[in-house]
Design a protein around this ligand. Structure first.
Ligand SMILES: Nc1ncnc2c1ncn2[C@@H]1O[C@H](COP(=O)(O)OP(=O)(O)OP(=O)(O)O)[C@@H](O)[C@H]1O
Length: 447
């Protein structure tokens, strides 16, 4: 029987023999000696001073790895991102580099219970046409199950920084795919923006809209913007959630900022947007910031639950637009006496989600703010400023203010109606817009 003898030096990459390996004699003397390439030796010293030898394989320079099978593109399957379910890739049998996967029929792990794997493969080979039919059926089913918004999504090509970004745009869906392109600099897109032309928006705004892939106004925008941008009317708009109400009041504000004369020291805040929740305030701010990214405007959110200190600094930075929840804004207005005069000069007052504003217990703070910024406010001798619609004259600094009220349903709450009645000039008209399926409009004129 051949005896193995180890003849090795650490680091040489060569060893004479390995235990448990079949040895081939290389000569008779010494017997059974063999050289094996690609193995290294490691000495491990034990506590008693004795040493053990360990073997490990090493890469061999100059030796080519076994060639891989090339990708077989015909075997590759492309998955629509909307159909992709994380974790199902393997179960769906997407072919790997060797093209070994089982053609997908949309069967996820656990869906083929009771069928032996081997039987399954055999069946697939024999029943290829059946399989095709099944796949087509499955495809149809997936398409039918897609949410309406996804089915209606348009593919938008945006050329950004030399790259073509293909995005799915889901009109009227919050957080649609095109928001991917936000905040990434100027987009030199060939997106057709002609649908906005009649509104004569500033070029910076058009660039902002283009950068978001907003090629056409949504219904509520289409209906309200011509009036909001052109006249001196106040607006009440109702449209379902996610229908694009933010820009219906946001674009007239941005347009006013785009064409405003250069800022002067005592200029107040151009617009105050009141919303019921912190989340909505952040969302509205983000949305407007994205559209205004080619403009020099300062938009801040003043909301509860955030550092008061930071918000004081934001207010001190003299923003052009304040998006606020009533509670926190009223708190700051009470402690900062410079804030009220600035907010009183606001040329736009927008109340978003007015219905929720009335529901969620914000009305008291909203009421305080509306009283305080009223253009018809009467100063009393005791320092308390009271409102009067009958005998007060408008604030000298602001002769006009536009009020925009938007909600998912038309606001029929008498309190807000009453408030707004008392805040607009007697002869001022209010335009009301409602897009389906919001309730039919009821406020053609409220004063
Ligand atoms: N003209 C447009 N084209 C395509 N998408 C738009 C357009 N205007 C707005 N959007 C997108 O539609 C989504 C919803 O818009 P927005 O948040 O203004 O809706 P909303 O009606 O105010 O909803 P909510 O009532 O929940 O506040 C957002 O993701 C926005 O980016």
């Amino acid at each position: 029987m051949a005896r193995a003898r180890v003849v090795a030096e650490a680091g040489t990459g060569r060893v004479s023999s390995l235990p448990n390996q079949k040895l081939t004699p290389v000569d008779e003397h010494p017997p059974s000696l063999e050289e094996i390439d690609g193995v290294d030796v490691e000495y491990v010293y034990g506590p008693g001073g004795g040493k053990t030898i360990k073997f490990k394989t090493v890469d061999q320079p100059g030796k080519k790895p076994a060639p891989r099978k090339p990708f077989d593109l015909s075997q590759m399957r492309f998955i629509d991102v909307d159909d992709f379910v994380e974790g199902q890739t393997a179960a769906k049998g997407i072919p790997g580099p060797g093209g070994a996967g089982v053609e997908d029929e949309g069967v996820g792990a656990g869906e083929n219970d009771g069928v032996d794997a081997e039987e399954e493969v055999d069946a697939e080979v024999e029943e290829a046409p059946k399989k095709k039919q099944k796949a087509a059926k499955k495809k149809k089913k997936v398409a039918a199950e897609k949410p309406e918004a996804v089915k209606n999504a348009e593919v938008v090509d945006l050329h950004e920084g030399g790259f073509l970004v293909r995005a799915l745009r889901h009109p009227h869906v919050r957080g649609s795919g095109t928001s991917l392109t936000a905040h990434r600099g100027i987009v030199t897109s060939d997106l057709d923006m002609s649908a906005w032309e009649t509104l004569s928006l500033a070029p910076e705004i058009i660039s902002g809209l283009r950068s978001q892939g907003f090629a056409t106004p949504t219904e509520i925008q289409l209906r309200s913007l011509p009036v909001a941008l052109a006249g001196d009317r106040d607006l009440i708009g109702a449209a379902q959630t996610g229908s694009g109400k933010t820009l219906a009041f946001g674009l007239p504000i941005l347009q006013a900022l785009a064409v405003r004369p250069p800022a002067t020291e005592d200029q107040g805040c151009t617009a105050l947007i009141l919303v019921p929740t912190r989340e909505l305030a952040m969302q509205v701010t983000e949305h407007l910031v994205a559209i205004a990214k080619f403009m020099r405007v300062r938009i801040v959110s003043i909301v509860g639950g955030m550092s008061l200190q930071k918000q004081r600094r934001q207010i001190a930075s003299k923003p052009d637009v304040i998006v606020a929840t009533p509670g926190r804004l009223w708190e700051l207005m009470q402690e900062d006496e410079t804030l009220l005069p600035r907010i009183r000069r606001t040329r736009f007052l927008a109340i978003d989600e007015a219905d929720r504003m009335l529901e969620s217990g914000h009305f008291k703070d909203l009421d305080h703010i509306l009283n305080a910024i009223s253009l018809f406010r009467k100063n009393t001798t005791d320092g308390d400023e009271k409102d009067s619609t009958e005998d007060a004259s408008p604030d000298a600094a602001v002769q006009t203010r536009r009020t925009f009220i938007f909600s998912a349903t038309l606001v029929q709450d008498g309190r807000l109606k009453q408030k707004l009645k008392s805040r607009v000039k007697k002869n001022k008209r209010i335009a009301t817009f409602a897009s389906a399926p919001a309730r039919a409009c009821e406020w053609h004129r409220c004063c």
